[in-house]
Design a protein around this ligand. Sequence first.
Ligand SMILES: Nc1ncnc2c1ncn2[C@@H]1O[C@H](COP(=O)(O)OP(=O)(O)O)[C@@H](O)[C@H]1O
Ligand SMILES: [Mg+2]
Length: 279
Amino acid sequence: MIELKGVTKRFKTVTAVDSVDLTIKKGELFGLLGPNGAGKTTIIRMLTTLALPSSGQIIISGYDVKRELTQVKAQIGVVPQHMNVDNELTVWENLELHGRLYKMPKGKRLGRIEELLEFIEMTDRAHDPCGILSGGMKRRLMMARALLHEPKILFLDEPTVGLDAHSRHKIWNLIRKMNEMDLTVLLTTHYIEEAEMLCHRVALIDQGKLVKMGTPDELKMQVGKIVVEQICNGEVTYQFFSGREAAAEYAANLKGKVIIREANLEDVFVKLTKRKVGE
Ligand SMILES: Nc1ncnc2c1ncn2[C@@H]1O[C@H](COP(=O)(O)OP(=O)(O)O)[C@@H](O)[C@H]1O
Ligand SMILES: [Mg+2]
């Protein structure tokens, strides 16, 4: 379990994370959804012991992140936002290096590397230097590396940013599979569909604050399941309804271009913050 209590992170003039309270249950696949600059990476950095909160408390599997660093580190695996595989080393060597840093015994290390290469479908790339891999492959390698020491919780910061649709789906499948194997997963994203399709629960984050939290369905129910979008003189306005009938009735009297569609998490975000996630 992951618990944040009143967690705040201030940089000189910026409050990057502002009094965030959050509990993530064991086995959950949880998403932090918010635009660039919302504070997602700062939250991940604090959860993974790379930055200290200015105030508040973080507990991971019963250990305090501030005081019980070693215990916390053994519990967690991290896939950071920026690619940080060593391009000079081969796929295998990157994993081997990580295993040694975590002081994994040789037999265990080798077995685990083989197992994980199979899991990310890169056994045939084991001895290629990382410099020649595609972005998607590097991401998958970063996931295998994060899992090597058998953590209970995996943090993924924008796991599919910059990837093509095919590679993105591959990563999503791996994330789902890992979660089914009992791993608790916390990911950040600014992709609406990533949060919506993948996560059991989502927290909407804006300007360092937790705006709303719930399952994608719960969040959408709160604004209304159906949206009427009216495009008039280049301006778009949105109206939310709980059912299609009421939406159609309303739309019948509108001028300009009118679209009736199911609400998504972007709509929820716009309604609550007056901003888009993608901006
Ligand atoms: N080391 C830092 N020093 C100063 N400001 C920072 C630092 N790291 C992040 N910030 C600021 O904190 C805010 C949140 O950033 P970040 O957590 O990276 O957001 P996100 O990951 O959601 O895009 C931004 O305004 C960013 O400029
Ligand atoms: Mg970020």
